[in-house]
Design a protein around this ligand. Structure first.
Ligand code: SF4
Length: 378
């Protein structure tokens, strides 16, 4: 499995919690950016290692891909299907959309182009929460976007939510979750609000103008999502992700299994093992570089077998199935039980991980402090 990612770095307004690379359309127009992406796509498709891979997912992420003209998405899809056999094999094609930026007409065009999975950035279904998060849509906009996506024929809809904002208690969160369950999307992501360096929230926090909920409250919200969503048939398949059977995000599963992926666009990351590279986050430089057939890559590293092994272990621990001893031995020639020895014993004894002899995965208790557990495996 391997994935193709297009980064669409445009947003109408920057959200105060967000550290993703995004701009307004003044520096580089969407049309100029499309030309740059097409140029990079051509260059990348000539790399022999890339040609040899069977690409089977495409993901338009951002930024806000839903404000990129649908005709530009079509151009990228058309060229991708010529350069890679990706669309012919039932590829999963996802596009991230913000509720205020889609209507039935736009969603029908996207569906027609071949996008078959839409990921709606609800973030909250509570207008107080949305205002706090600096979103430019309302809860009603989110509901309308969802209905329009269904009407447009999307049979695979994902909804993103953020929990742990100040003032959100288990009752408010329960109401949001129940409303989402009532809608019945195939996929639900619940992300804990985290404060990223360089964001407006980081600044407010450092000035004492932002007070986050207590750890116990956040844990209670996380537990509530787990119990409510699993009770309603969603599989908690990754720390932050829930899906109806058969609707896991194939694109993200590839990341978590440390598979190959190509990221195109400003600030995009690619990994064709053992090589990993990152493009510049400077939009103007990115465009000038790719359009004059120069490399937009600003960072490149070749990971050795052991580094890939450790990375694969940590990523796999994010998933419900975790990693298998046999799988790692076959892939890297390293036995994780021998390699991690005492660390594994300790976590097993403390009930933070569990093993059936071959597979090793986080327990619900381990999931609650996943970052701490995973740090020991890095
Ligand atoms: S959260 Fe989404 S819409 Fe908001 S700034 Fe980040 S990428 Fe843009």
């Amino acid at each position: 499995m391997a994935g193709l990612y297009f980064h669409i770095p445009y947003c109408r307004r920057r959200c105060p919690y967000c550290s993703f690379v995004s701009f307004d359309a003044h520096q580089v127009s969407p049309y100029e950016y499309l030309s740059a992406l097409l140029a990079e796509l051509e260059t990348v498709s000539r790399i022999p290692e890339v040609c040899a891979i069977d690409w089977d997912t495409i993901y338009f992420g951002g930024g806000t891909p839903s404000i990129f003209p649908p005709g530009h998405i079509r151009a990228l899809m058309d060229r991708s299907s010529v350069l890679f056999p990706v669309l012919k094999s039932g590829a999963e094609v996802t596009l991230e959309a913000n509720p205020e930026s889609v209507d039935l007409e736009r969603l029908c065009i996207l569906r027609d182009i071949g996008v078959n999975r839409i990921s709606l950035g609800f973030q909250s279904l509570d207008d107080t929460g949305l205002a706090f998060l600096g979103r430019i849509h309302t809860a009603l906009d989110a509901l309308h976007a969802y209905e329009a996506a269904r009407k447009a024929g999307f049979a695979n809809i994902g909804v993103d939510l953020i929990y742990g904002w100040p003032g959100q208690d288990p009752e408010t969160w329960r109401r949001e979750l129940e409303e989402v369950i009532r809608l019945g999307p195939e996929h639900i992501s619940c992300y804990e609000l985290t404060i990223e360096d360089g964001t407006q929230f980081a600044h407010l926090l450092s000035c004492g103008d932002l007070v986050l909920p207590q750890e116990e409250t956040v844990l209670a919200l996380s537990d509530l999502a787990d119990s409510l969503l699993t009770e309603h048939g969603y599989e908690h398949y990754e720390i932050s992700n829930f899906a109806r059977p058969g609707f896991r995000s194939r694109h993200n599963m590839n990341y978590w299994s440390n598979g190959a992926y190509i990221g195109l666009g400003c600030a995009a990351v690619s990994c064709i093992p053992p090589l990993r590279r990152k493009n510049t986050a400077d939009l103007v430089f990115y465009r000038e570089a790719v359009c004059s057939f120069r490399s937009p890559v600003i960072f490149e590293e070749t990971l050795d077998n052991e580094a890939r092994f450790r990375e694969t272990v940590v990523l796999a621990l994010r998933t419900r199935e975790g990693f298998t001893r046999r799988g790692l031995l076959e892939r890297f020639g390293i036995d994780p039980v021998d390699y991690y020895g005492d660390v594994m014993d300790l976590f097993l004894r403390e009930g933070l991980i569990e093993s059936d002899g071959d597979a090793v995965y986080l327990t619900p208790q381990g999931r609650n402090i996943a970052n701490t557990v995973m740090a020991a495996f890095v």
